[in-house]
Unconditional design. Sequence first.
Length: 463
Amino acid sequence: MLVNNDGKPMNPANGEGTAPALGRSDGAGVSTPSPSSWADWDFPGVRYSVHLQTAEARDRDVTRREGDQQAKKNGGKDSKGYDEGDGKKDGDQDRKKDDGDSKEGGKKDEDDKGDGNGGKKRRWPIIILIIVVVLAVIGGVVYWFLTRDQESTDDAYTEGNAAMIAPKVSGYVVERRVDDNTFVRAGDLMLRIDPRDYIAARDQSAAQLGVAQAQLDSAQVQLDLARATFPARLRQAEAQRQQAQAQQQKAEADLKRQRSVDPRATTQQDIDAAVANARVATATTGQQAANVEVNRPVPLNIASVEAQVKQAEAQVTQARAQLDQANLNLSYTELRAPWDGRVTRRNVDVGTYAQAGQQVFYLVSPQTWVVANFKETQLDRMQVGQQVQIKVDAYPDMKLRGHVDSIQQGSGARFTTFPTENATGNYVKIVRRVPVKIVIDDGVDQDKGLPLGLSVEPTVMFK
């Protein structure tokens, strides 16, 4: 059936208006279409449509109408008989055929109506898909407009100072004042090792220092004596040499007189004695001369004593250093907090034998920052000082604010233990990531703190 935009049937011949409702009245005020009509009619709540009759039915209808017109022209009884007899009979047959055609047409209308509903159902998914695509495009444009001056990454984690606390001396733990996640202040006592062995070592070092100090005092006295005696000894040696020279001159003069007098005036004994005295005087003079040479290097002799003093001073310094080391070892028996922070990963208790350098726990400082590994393609507009908004996965309600502190001068792959060698083998380009340090300005809950290693999502604002 052909209908226009208003749902009204259309004449198939010219496509205009509603086909004339040819038919008869059934007495109830309802126009019943004849087999040759093409029209629609309505009952309350139901619309009935009649299809165009077939070509055969139209031919019979035309033949019947021509017979009726011929009968009217003849005006005879035969014609009337034909009109009332054969015409009525043919009309009844044609009406039955038209009723059958009407039923078939009704079925076809129902099929066409079913096909129309099915077509509408098939069109709905396409319409919904188009709407979804349009909304997605609009949402993408809006998102790009709002985030065109931002760069973010989910490859970011919190970092901070985490010091490994280990004793510098070995011994049994006799006192522990901290527990897991305990907050401590700088200088607070956290652990104590048995100090008795180190107290004894300190006392021994103190005694050695006393001995060295006494030796130094003795050396200094000797130096003072040397500075006074060595010049005096030189002068005494020179005086003794002069005395020996005088005695030698006297002995030689006596010997000369004994030989110059008349032999009768002296005896051989006196001559021998004069010779002996002269020789003794000569030897004594030589001895005193040697003594003078021995005592002549006074500065060197004094320097020798000064060296002994310096040696004693060095021994005192060594003993004092040993005492200081003993005091340090004694102080190392007490482990104190280097800064404010929280104790984590404790693995020591009272009675544990702690080895020097063995990790007993970590101390995490409250100052934390973020290391964000941005792609190298995201660093074009990034600068130091730009504001950053930070989301913490562990605390969705915590909103942190910070700024870009520095950008590492090298990608993470550059500082690995085994850097990649791109000059060998097949090359596959991989986007590198560069660590960016972000300092947190505010937003951290001082009571909770911010644990290290948490996943965060920083967003750098370029404007």
